[in-house]
Write a protein of this length. Structure first.
Length: 336
């Protein structure tokens, strides 16, 4: 079955429209007053058995179903001949494999189910877990993408870092399971809402679910599509910061994620060096103009990049330690 990525994105937009049409969801709820930056505001003050059960039960079913489909797809691919795998033929398809249709249908079913579940019970996983868990699940996803894409575009200004490619092999092999968890967990963490931040966040989750459903197709590796997914967090993070009552810095999110784009992500788009330098130079001019009255405040643009790049380094270090430990154990076993 042939597939159109623009139509897939349009489908994500339609789902956001469906959420808006079915709302409101919490007009009848008197929320507990905000208790600080780590407090998640949108959760019912009187959770009961059914609100907990539906949130966790439906989440678990959604999670297991997608994990099973990923496992089935990987098993089917690994059963191919070595020559077939070397040709990478599944990724050349402009159509969808049967398992892709199952994945899209499964995600669509549980998206609608979560809309209905929120409308009736208004509860999500946020009732029982920390707000930080959803945030860090996405942060780890983003730094794992930096690891996966390192082989194609490098990490700093198109340059590769020694040792990362060895970590890449492990992350690439198992990233689908983690990505599925991070996306589905974050989706069920929040109840469905019609605030601009929630709608944009759900649109982002829908696009990520679509990407996760397109494994073993050409679309899964489309460089423009994947960079769009990476950089969309800039818009969502900035908007959430703008709406925050805690005075979060919008510029930190906008320019922080923009720094990552110009340091790393732009080098995967196939642009000429001249174009990259031109766009990067314009970005520097914008930074200077914005922070000209307070250059000290400009330090904030390095906070998000520092977290992600240090995370990549930490992943690489942990993998290197693990490889060293495995070699040491193997040598001891040979000696004995």
């Amino acid at each position: 079955m042939r597939f159109s990525l623009p139509l897939g994105i349009l489908g994500c937009v339609a789902l956001v429209g469906l959420i808006w049409l079915i709302g409101p969801y919490s007009a009848h709820i008197a929320f507990i007053p905000d208790k600080g930056p780590l407090w998640y505001f949108w959760k019912r003050p009187d959770p009961d058995f059914w609100s907990h059960f539906t949130a966790w039960g439906f989440y678990a079913c959604h999670q297991v179903a997608i994990w099973w489909l990923i496992y089935s797809a990987k098993t089917a691919y690994s059963s191919r001949t070595l020559d077939d795998k070397a040709s990478d033929s599944p990724y050349k398809s402009l159509g969808l494999h049967r398992v892709n249709l199952y994945a899209i249908g499964t995600n669509l079913f549980f998206i609608v189910l979560h809309i209905v579940q929120t409308k009736i019970f208004y509860d999500g996983l946020a009732q029982d877990v920390s707000n930080l868990s959803a945030q860090f699940s996405v942060i780890i996803l983003l730094l794992m993408v930096l690891l996966i894409e390192h082989k194609r575009r490098g990490l700093f200004f198109g340059k590769k870092i020694i040792g990362i490619d060895q970590t890449y092999n492990v992350v690439k092999q198992y990233h689908g399971y983690y990505f599925a968890w991070a996306i589905i967990y974050t989706f069920w963490f929040h109840p469905i809402e019609t605030t601009v931040g929630h709608l944009l966040g759900n649109f982002y989750m829908f696009m990520l679910m679509l990407q996760g459903s397109l494994f073993f197709t050409r679309f899964h590796r489309n460089k423009y599509w994947t960079v769009l997914l990476e950089t969309f967090v800039l818009l969502h993070g900035a908007l959430v910061a703008y709406a925050s009552v805690h005075g979060e810095s919008v510029s930190m999110f906008v320019f922080g994620f923009a720094v990552i784009f110009f340091v790393t992500q732009i080098y995967g788009l196939g642009l000429s060096q001249r174009m990259i330098m031109l766009f990067s130079g314009l970005f520097v001019v914008v930074l200077v103009l914005y922070y000209q009255s307070n250059f000290i405040k400009g330090i904030e643009i390095f906070r998000i990049p520092m977290v992600l790049y240090l995370g990549v380094g930490l992943f690489t270090l942990i993998h290197a330690i693990g490889r060293f430990a495995n070699r040491s154990v193997a040598k001891r076993e040979l000696r004995s």
